[in-house]
Design a protein around this ligand. Structure first.
Ligand code: CP
Ligand code: NVA
Length: 307
């Protein structure tokens, strides 16, 4: 199977087998890196990294992944590109395609990365949009597989805001045969279009997505408890939203309902004291830093397959 030249905009576009290829590639490159045997599979390749929003993990993991595989990454703040002065996304895509072998972009509006991919002749990778965060979730699947030995049949409960990370978990999870439980207040349910996509995917795959509003009910029997910030980048910092989401805080009381050996996951950055408390992020059940490390290994897997 070859994924060379493909864009990675959302996990909707990839089959279970293709997602498995990303995971396998990430696993292999992780082992190689741990034994000090990074091979220069991306020698001579150049990746542009466009950021419209801040980043710690995504930026550094992509830059280090390119470096360790023998390629080169170029950080492009959208504020310093001519995009800022009105050059179109289409023209930017056409020009960058003449210099680079791939583009990773973090954008406010998903439609903008779709436009970038439409006009670029090189693979475009979504490093987070308002709708999806596919690279995050590929890394998360790798982490769950490492910690639990499988994905099939794993129950993951996502609590909080039905956001970009939640959307990608729904799509990736259902394809990998997981039971994804979404626990959000009605006001902050995932996007309707994504729910409809997932309903379609459920017909093809063994996995399922359940919506359980009561967080105590939702977390029952969970292998994985996952949360993310209540206010994502680009969203208004709303006190009303935080108040509505407060019953979904991942704290010691709520996690008592999960399986005893549950793992706690968060894409980070965490807003400690809001969506999660220190006692959970810093507990033995928490795998958040292994999860963050796996961003590096999966980026290598993604880049070596697409570029
Ligand atoms: N999880 C994640 O994407 O982190 P950054 O915003 O730091 O890249
Ligand atoms: N949902 C968060 C994820 C950050 C990695 C955001 O979009 O800000």
């Amino acid at each position: 199977m070859s994924l060379k030249g493909r864009d990675l905009l959302s996990l909707y576009d990839f089959t279970k087998e293709e997602i498995e290829e990303f995971l396998k590639s990430g696993e292999t490159l992780k082992i190689k890196s741990k034994i000090g045997e990074n091979s220069p599979v991306l020698a001579g390749k150049k990746l542009g990294l466009i950021f419209e929003k801040p980043s710690t993990r995504t930026r550094v993991s992509f830059e280090v992944a390119m470096y360790e595989l023998g390629g080169h990454a170029i950080y492009l703040s959208s504020n310093e590109l001519q995009l800022k002065r009105g050059e179109t996304i289409a023209d930017t895509a056409r020009v960058l395609s003449r210099y680079l072998d791939g583009i990773m972009a973090r954008v406010f509006f998903h439609k903008d990365i779709v436009e970038l991919a439409k006009f670029a002749d090189i693979p475009v990778i979504n490093g987070l949009s308002d709708m999806f965060h596919p690279c995050q979730v590929l890394g998360d699947l790798l982490t769950i597989k490492e910690k639990r030995g499988r994905l099939d049949g794993i129950r993951l409960t996502f609590l909080g805001d039905g956001n970009n990370v939640c959307h990608s978990l729904m799509l990736g999870g259902v394809k990998m045969g997981m039971q994804i439980v979404i626990s959000t207040p009605k006001e902050y349910m995932p996007d309707k279009e994504v729910i409809n996509w997932v309903k379609e995917e459920e017909k093809k795959y063994k996995g399922e997505v359940l919506f359980i509003e009561d967080p105590f009910e939702a977390i029952k029997g969970s292998d994985v408890v996952y949360t993310d910030v209540w206010v994502s980048m680009g969203q208004e910092n709303s006190e009303t939203k935080k108040k509505i989401l407060s019953p979904y805080q991942v704290n010691e009381r709520i996690v008592k309902n999960a399986k005893k050996d549950f793992i706690f996951m968060h894409c980070l950055p965490a807003h400690r004291g809001e969506e999660v408390v220190d006692e959970v992020v810093d507990s033995e059940n928490s795998v958040v830093f292994d999860q963050a490390e796996n961003r590096l290994h999966i980026q290598k897997g993604i880049l070596s397959l697409l570029l």
